[in-house]
Design a protein around this ligand. Structure first.
Ligand code: FAD
Length: 472
């Protein structure tokens, strides 16, 4: 594996003059940076936010806006879901693991209800209305969805299922709305902002980060951070050499998630200042399954014609398994009475009267799809799925003619982004004088993923990083 090339910091002695000074300098104004800036300012620090793009928002503003919150939020309670921090932690430990950072997990789950109120207090409203379709933002202003497979096997045996995908009160994708509200709060907190400003390097004094070097309108400038720097500059999805070296399967996905500023520069700058990195090989892989949820009545088979997962699990778990465990070769078999055109417009690529014909047309080993259908249908007659425990409401025998959707990675919609980054503690400490949050860091999702956890842990740990920087 090619090591990442750290960006060496410059020594404070090389700084001829400081162009600007603030107690806390925040790099990047996505969800993590905005929350860090607000908290730092509310803790009494003077804050300067430096943003590479012409306006703040980052990938967060392009997102669906789902925020993973639980433990008994007012929206959960009003919608009839019982939850507790312990129940939430049990689920996230399993779904986002293995290897979830226990200190961050405990802090996040214990702080989740408080974080909900903080978001509301800072202008992000939620309606107490549950939307029954899973895994993506509701088309209306409903405030709550299942967004991680909580009610599907195997997670429904790990924790009591509770919906936790909190959707700000804005129809459909709410990321732009969320960021507009958070950036209003940034302004209200008195944070100074400098756009079109790309931070290139850190400045150190005796091993402690004391500022940044940046380009403002092409001019090289140095900005002093009297108390600390917070890096919240996204991941490395758009740094092709880094992705090739560490998580090459991402390159097979036709939709890289992020902006060109997800270039890994912040991660490399922090490494140069002594920060550690981890999980650079981990990626999230999303596929558009529901709506309608009924699409999961079909069965998914791999290149050997075998089922390998319950189709009603979280779409991100499906996508990850399709790509990383099945080499991106996956097919979904339907009957006339189970098929429904879904949000991505899935259409059958093959239609046939017999499994044997499909095996030839698709190139599956002879007899294998037939065997899979025979076993599935025999149990489905009883409304059961002993192999993968799909919920009975979706278990229907599949009868000819069959239609098969090609869900292979080179034929279907796969979206992906990086999960690896800087190792931080719950207060975002990455190195002396240096804090970080959001996709620049290793978040809660390390093995698996749930929708809403990026905005969730980005906003929560962004706040913690901002406050810690302000008070250090
Ligand atoms: C279509 C889509 C839907 C999604 N839906 C969801 C969802 O519903 N829920 C969820 O949790 N996640 C979702 N995600 C993922 C989520 O949006 C991101 O993982 C998350 O927003 C990352 O937040 P961040 O603050 O770490 O980074 P960003 O929001 O990308 O912010 C980083 C900022 O840093 C700036 N920057 C970068 N480098 C520099 C530099 N050197 N100097 C100065 N500034 C710099 C960037 O310009 C950017 O503004 C979605 C993503 C997409 C694209």
């Amino acid at each position: 594996m090619i090591p990442i090339d750290p960006i060496e910091p410059i020594d404070v002695d090389e700084v001829a003059a400081w162009h600007d000074t603030a107690d806390v300098v925040v790099v990047g104004l996505g969800c993590a940076g905005a929350c860090a800036a607000i908290e730092a300012a509310e803790a009494g620090a003077s804050v300067l936010a430096l943003e590479a793009a012409a306006m703040g928002g980052g990938t967060s503003a392009l997102s669906g806006g789902l925020i993973y919150l639980g433990g008994g939020t007012p929206v959960q309670e009003a919608c009839g879901f019982e939850d507790s921090p312990e129940n939430m932690a049990a689920f996230l430990r399993a779904a986002c693991g293995p290897g979830v950072d226990e200190a961050k997990l405990a802090a996040y789950c214990a702080g989740s209800v408080g974080h909900f109120h903080w978001l509301v207090d800072h202008g992000v409203p939620f309606e107490a209305r549950y939307h029954p379709e899973h895994d993506r933002e509701p088309p209306d202003t409903s405030g709550l969805v299942f967004s991680g497979g909580e009610d599907a096997w195997p997670w429904n045996e790990v924790a009591t299922p509770a919906a936790r995908g909190h959707h700000p009160a804005h129809a459909d994708a709410a990321g732009g709305f969320l960021m507009a509200r958070l950036l209003e709060a940034v302004a209200a907190a008195g944070v100074r902002r400098q756009h079109d400003t790309e931070v290139d390097r850190l400045v150190v004094d005796g091993g402690r980060v004391v500022g940044v070097e940046c380009r403002i309108a092409g001019e090289r400038r140095h900005v002093r951070a009297a108390r600390g720097v917070v890096l919240a500059a996204g991941g490395f999805t758009f740094n092709r050499p880094m992705v090739e070296a560490h998580c090459a399967p991402l390159l097979r996905c036709n939709v890289p998630i992020g902006t060109p500023h997800d270039d890994g520069r912040a991660i490399r700058m922090a490494m140069g200042a002594g920060a550690e990195v981890a999980n650079l090989d981990r990626i999230e892989v999303g596929i558009p399954f529901a709506p309608p949820r009924s699409i999961v009545r079909g069965i998914v088979v791999n290149g050997a014609g075998k089922r390998f997962i319950n189709e009603d699990t979280y779409a991100g778990r499906l996508g990850h398994a399709f790509l990383t465990e099945q080499d991106g070769r996956v097919f979904m078999v339907h009957s006339d009475d189970t098929f429904a055109v879904n949000i991505a417009g899935y259409k059958p690529r093959w239609v046939a009267e017999t499994a044997a014909e499909l095996e030839v047309e698709i190139g599956l080993p002879p007899g294998r799809l037939q065997a899979t259908l025979d076993a599935y249908n025999a149990a489905a007659e009883r409304g059961e799925d002993p192999a993968f425990h799909k919920a009975p409401e979706f278990v229907i025998p599949l009868r000819p003619p069959y239609g098969v959707v090609d869900l292979s990675v080179d034929r279907s919609w796969y979206a992906s982004f990086t999960l690896g980054g800087l190792v931080t503690d719950p207060d975002g400490v990455a190195a002396p004088g240096l804090h970080a949050a959001g996709r620049t860091t290793v978040g809660l999702a390390v093995g698996g993923y749930v929708s809403g956890i990026s905005l969730g842990d980005g906003t929560y740990f962004g706040r913690r990083a901002g406050r810690a920087a302000a008070t250090s």
